[in-house]
Each structure stands twice: as structure tokens, then as C-alpha cells.
Design a protein around this ligand. Structure first.
Ligand code: NAD
Ligand code: DAU
Length: 361
């Protein structure tokens, strides 16, 4: 079996669902169920005995050690993290605790478990760490995309905490020989994406008749990847990745935030037209920028294509259409996660930002 951390979050739950679409191999899903963890994401596999959910914190080394000795996984896929840049700006402490100390605890428990494994299990064991392209910092408009050899230059408490975790993983391979794999992926989107992030927030706000809050001038660029393509890439790296290596994963889909929001409005105008026949675009508003806002991310994903034969299947057009349809079909899921705590977050992040009346084009 495999152990997945953070398998009730956005990417982790998609990974577990995808896993059972391809395999019968059991999964122990270890998740703290923070505000971002949601067992409703996993309803489709609630009858599968191969899915064992355990609520717990990766910072609890003794708990993780007990989990490893009970279930004896052949691999660990580590998704668990605090993942939202804006939250890391308002409160970095949780990011240090989970992303750095939690990864350290998990590495320590994994090292003890792996060291005591008999061959051939020791040789085939893998620790796959799921990381982000944000560790590389920000690109200028004409800079080459991030490759696996780009120097780390994290700019937010979130990306700094992920960078620290990446370095710890690297050191456990280099020093102890732990068979690690690290993936650095660009922005994901798709089903079960928590509506604090750009795409699901814009869809939810549009349908609720609220403003569509664009930070700064809206020209920041992200490289978007449909989440099931990320899951497929992780499966490839798990099977064929070389230990100690890192793999960049991206969608070859650079878009400005304005382009993304414009596309969302266009699709919603077609699939859920407003009664007054105006466009959702009229709800766009420009607000005070995110502090330290990285201007551009872009991924050079040629290594994983060349070495492991992975390329994304979805284009941005196909993926975003599916995503909007999913949110239209699953408005109960959105309503459920927009609980009291979510409302407090909206107040904290958006109420104090000024609306910027004019944006220099
Ligand atoms: P998410 O915030 O949706 O989910 C995180 C999950 O981790 C939640 O289920 C949460 O309950 C769990 N968790 C948090 N702290 C925990 C702890 N201390 N112990 C156990 N579980 C804990 O995040 P996501 O967007 O699904 O991201 C998953 C991973 O992928 C993260 O490591 C993130 O850095 C990375 N990543 C995300 C993206 C993206 O676009 N979302 C892109 C690249 C990499
Ligand atoms: O690049 C990978 C990263 O992508 C992951 O590591 C992170 O976990 C994930 O959250 C994501 O980070 P971003 O900061 O790029 O994603 P977010 O959806 O928060 O923002 C995307 C862009 O949209 C960014 O330029 C900020 C902007 N934005 C975001 C929000 C929430 C807005 O303009 N308005 C908003 O309300």
C-alpha cells in the first residue's frame, strides 16, 4: 500500500480518486482536516475498503511512526501543507509548523521506518515530496521558464516554507540515502479546488453576484495545469523517477489573471447567463495588490517529458470548460465549504483592501 498525506485537500483528494480509478492498491490517507481538508471530496470512494482514512497531524512524529509500522507502505506521497499564499501573509506560523516542521517530522519517521526495512523493500521504497514552482521566485516577461536547475528565490512565507521543505528532502537523500523524489508543479485547477484560490473564488463570486477581485493590474502570469494531469505526472514520477531527482511539472499554459477571469466570465455567460443579460465581466473590480506579488511563473516541463514520457492531456480550453461545469454541477459542495470560518477569511483578506478605481493599462 501507499501512504498519502493531505489526501483530503484539493490535489490530494484528486490524486486518491485517480489512484482508485487505475489501481486496487490500498491507500492510507493521513490528513489533519484543516479548513482545507474535506471528506466530502472522497465520497465517491467511501465504499472502498482499500481506502483507509486516518485523521492526524504530520507534525506528530510518534503518530506517523505508529502509522508506518502498522500499515507498512511501500511509498509515501506527501501533499499535506498549508497552501494559500494570502493566508501565509496574514499568518505565517502555521506554514512554518506544517510545511517545515511537519515535513521534518515525516522525514524522520520515514527514515527510521525505511532504515529498518529488509531488502528488497528498502531498495524499492519511495518518499515523493509534492512541491511548487513558487520556490523559484518571480520571472520577468522575457525570462526563460523555471527549469530544475533554476536557483531557489522564494518570495512569500508560503514559498519560503516549501523551499525549506524541499531542501530538507534533498538533504535526507544526500545524507542518509533516503530514496526521495521531488516534484515542483505550477498552478493547478479543477474539481474540489477550495474557493479561496483564484479560479474557484471567481466562479463562486460570479454566481453569487459579488465582485470579482483582481489584485493589482491583473497582469500577473501563472502557468495553469488541470489537476488530473498533475496526478498522472506524480504517478509517473513514483514509478520511474530517479531517486534524488526533482521534476518540474507544468501545463504550457501561461495566462494573465485577467485572461483567466475573462475566460471564466465568457464560459459562465454561455452556461449560466444572468437574468438581466449583462456579462459577468461587469463584476470585475481591481483591488489593492498582494504584498510581494510574484509577477510571472512559467515551467519548463521538458525533463519529465524526455525522461518519463509525461505531457499534459488537457489544454487550458478543455480543462477550464470542465472546471466551470463541475462548479455549476456541485454548488452544494461550494455552499458547504463556505462555512463561518470561510466568511471570516473573506473579511480578513478582502474587506481591508481598497478598490482601485483606475488601472494603468
Ligand atoms: P490544500 O490546501 O487544498 O490541501 C492541503 C491538505 O493538507 C488538506 O487536506 C489539509 O487538511 C492537509 N493538512 C494541512 N496541514 C496538515 C498537517 N499538519 N497534517 C496533516 N494534514 C495536513 O492544498 P493543495 O492545493 O491540494 O496542495 C497540495 C500540495 O501540493 C501542497 O504541498 C502544495 O504546496 C502543493 N502544490 C499545490 C499547487 C496548487 O496549485 N494548488 C501547485 C503546486 C504544488
Ligand atoms: O504556482 C503554484 C502555486 O499556485 C501553489 O504552490 C499554491 O499552493 C497555489 O495556491 C497557487 O498559488 P497562487 O498564489 O499562484 O494562486 P492563487 O489562486 O492564490 O492566485 C493566482 C493568481 O491570482 C495570483 O497572481 C493572485 C491572483 N488573485 C488571487 C486571488 C485569490 C487575484 O487577483 N485575486 C484573488 O482574489
Amino acid at each position: 500500500m501507499i501512504l498519502v498525506t493531505g489526501g483530503a485537500g484539493f490535489i490530494g483528494s484528486n490524486f486518491v480518486l485517480d489512484w482508485f480509478a487505475q489501481h486496487d492498491e490500498p491507500v492510507v490517507n493521513f490528513d489533519k482536516l484543516t479548513y482545507a481538508g474535506n471528506l466530502n471530496n472522497l465520497l465517491a470512494i467511501r465504499q472502498r475498503p482499500e481506502h483507509i482514512f486516518v485523521q492526524g497531524d504530520i507534525c506528530d512524529t510518534a503518530r506517523v511512526e505508529a502509522l508506518l509500522s502498522t500499515h507498512r507502505p511501500r511509498a509515501i506521497i506527501h501533499f499535506a501543507a498549508e497552501s494559500h499564499v494570502d493566508r501565509s501573509i496574514h499568518g505565517p506560523g502555521e506554514f512554518i509548523a506544517t510545511n517545515i516542521n511537519g515535513t521534518f517530522s515525516l522525514l524522520e519517521a520515514s527514515r527510521a521506518y525505511w532504515s529498518a526495512l529488509p531488502e528488497p523493500d528498502r531498495g524499492s521504497f519511495r518518499f515523493l515530496h509534492v512541491s511548487t514552482d513558487e520556490v523559484f521566485g518571480s520571472l520577468g516577461p522575457d525570462d526563460a521558464p523555471f527549469s530544475e536547475t533554476t536557483a531557489y528565490a522564494p518570495n512569500s512565507p508560503y514559498s519560503a516554507s516549501k523551499a525549506a521543505a524541499d531542501h530538507l528532502v534533498r538533504s535526507y537523500h544526500h545524507t542518509y540515502g533516503l530514496p526521495t523524489l521531488t516534484t515542483n508543479c505550477s498552478n493547478n485547477y479543477g474539481p474540489f479546488h477550495f474557493p479561496e484560490k483564484l479560479i474557484p473564488l471567481m466562479i463562486a463570486n460570479a454566481l453569487a453576484g459579488k465582485s470579482l477581485p483582481i489584485y493589482g493590474d491583473g497582469k500577473n502570469v501563472r502557468d495553469w495545469l488541470y489537476v488530473s494531469d498533475h496526478c498522472a505526472a506524480i504517478r509517473k514520477v513514483l514509478v520511474s523517477g530517479r531517486c534524488g531527482e526533482t521534476y518540474n511539472i507544468g501545463g504550457w499554459n501561461e495566462k494573465t489573471n485577467l485572461e483567466v477571469v475573462d475566460t471564466l466570465c465568457h464560459i459562465l455567460d454561455q452556461l449560466a447567463p444572468k437574468a438581466d443579460e449583462t456579462s459577468y465581466r461587469e463584476q470585475i473590480s481591481y483591488i489593492t495588490d498582494r504584498p510581494g506579488h510574484d509577477r510571472r511563473y512559467a515551467i519548463d516541463a521538458r525533463k519529465i517529458e524526455r525522461e518519463l514520457g509525461w505531457r499534459p492531456v488537457e489544454t487550458f480550453d478543455s480543462g477550464i470548460q470542465k472546471t466551470v461545469q463541475w462548479y455549476l454541477d456541485n454548488q452544494d459542495w461550494v455552499a458547504d465549504v463556505q462555512s463561518g470560518a470561510y466568511q471570516q477569511w473573506l473579511e480578513q483578506n478582502y474587506n481591508l483592501r481598497n478598490t482601485v478605481q483606475e488601472v494603468t493599462q
